[in-house]
Design a protein around this ligand. Structure first.
Ligand code: F6R
Ligand code: MG
Ligand code: MG
Length: 373
């Protein structure tokens, strides 16, 4: 059986100005590296883009998930970009590359990874999500809406190929263990976990009756790897669409209205998740608001379907007036949250703050506390 793998691997390797966006020369280096790898037969096709200050490598190949060759390619590409970022004195050059030497898999080394291997159907649409100034659990609500909420996805009720429901592979990011739960049978238990976004994040979604892979997202938590706050785990996610899976429109509809996610400014605030086109893939206001890019591609005989010049055809889904309402609502929510300044609930709760630089600020007060009588 011929299988195709789609790998989406990302890292913040330096940005301009501050943590706003990725500089053009870095994108150019990444594109060159990808073209060389395609020529060398390592990958079949690729598309390079950015989500705010994160550089994203979308690749198709036949080497399966967690391929050392593909991960090394991503690592070497990020290293080359970081090198350029250092030369240009861009901000946070090499920030997400937490090790000096590659050891077989970029997971646990800083970059975020979403990968899925599948046997291509007659036609295989794939939606690519990439976010900035937030964390992997930001996709919990999104994936719940797409794969478990019939109010969002009519296909769960109307398409007989989907009425079996979907299974969610959920990671406990603190204990590093995971559990698979089926919807609708175990929906309330599923929600009990994935509603607690500080701890649980969805790794994979499969169709329950045949195990067909439907979605995969990155689950890297940089602070758990480095043991301290070193930047954010801006996540990526791949979702397959149509023909017995949610339609493209059901995959984008959760963004009719924005919802709040953790990770705005210093990884310490809640902010609205704002869907934007690539032209607005830059985090400008209070380093945000958290943004999400949505791209649509067709995976076709192992490659991203390309135009006559061989360029992959990528549809920028949120570059569309259909999401103007969400953007307006997002800015209203942003304004409301910012009125709270550094007070909760605009600021994240104490659990999340433990992983930031706040404890260092508070350390000096330690000796000044007196026991209350
Ligand atoms: C980075 C981010 C930013 C930074 C903030 C402070 O992705 O979320 O909000 O945390 O700009 O950055 P430093 O500490 O590098 O000055
Ligand atoms: Mg940055
Ligand atoms: Mg980022």
């Amino acid at each position: 059986m011929v299988m195709t793998t789609v790998s989406l691997i990302k890292a913040d390797v330096g940005s301009i100005p501050g943590h706003v966006t990725v500089a053009k020369p870095l994108l150019t280096i990444a594109e060159k590296k990808m073209a060389e790898a395609q020529k060398a037969g390592i990958i079949n096709s690729s598309y390079v883009f950015n989500a705010g200050d994160d550089l994203e490598l979308l690749m198709t190949h036949s080497k399966g998930e967690n391929s050392p060759e593909i991960h090394k390619l991503a690592w070497d590409t990020f290293m080359a970009c970081a090198e350029k970022a250092k030369k240009l004195k861009l901000y946070g050059a090499g920030q997400d590359l937490l090790s000096d030497a590659f050891s077989g898999n970029v997971k646990g080394m800083g970059p975020g990874v979403a990968e899925m291997e599948f046997k291509e159907r007659g036609s295989d649409p794939v939606i690519v999500y990439a976010a900035d100034k937030t964390e992997p659990a930001a996709f919990n609500y999104l994936l719940y809406k797409i794969f478990a909420d019939p109010g969002n996805t009519s296909g769960l009720v109307i398409d007989p190929r989907m009425t079996c429901g979907f299974s969610f592979d959920v990671l406990d990011g603190k204990e590093n263990k995971s559990v698979v739960l089926r919807s609708p049978e175990e929906l309330y238990s599923l929600l009990a976990l994935i509603g607690a976004t500080e701890t649980y994040m969805i790794k994979k979604v499969t169709r329950s009756d045949d195990g067909e892979i439907a979605a995969a997202s990155s689950t890297t938590k940089l602070n758990y790897i480095a043991g301290k706050y070193v930047g954010k785990d801006d996540p990526v996610c791949l979702v397959r669409a149509q023909s017995g899976l949610p339609s493209v429109g059901e995959i984008t509809s959760p963004f009719l209205h924005p919802y709040l996610v953790a990770g705005w400014m210093r990884g310490s605030h809640w902010g609205p998740f704002m869907p934007v086109g690539l032209k607005n893939s830059k985090c400008t206001l209070f380093d945000g608001p958290p943004r999400i890019i949505g791209l649509g591609v067709q995976v076709s005989d192992g490659v991203l379907a390309a135009d006559d010049d061989g360029k992959p055809m990528v549809v920028d889904l949120f570059d569309d007036p259909a999401f103007d309402l969400a953007r307006r609502e997002a800015m209203e929510m942003a304004s409301f949250m910012r009125m709270h300044g550094v007070f909760q609930p605009a600021r994240l709760g104490p659990g999340a703050m433990e992983y930031t630089t706040l404890p260092q600020c508070l350390a000096s007060l330690e000796g000044r506390f007196k026991e209350e009588k």
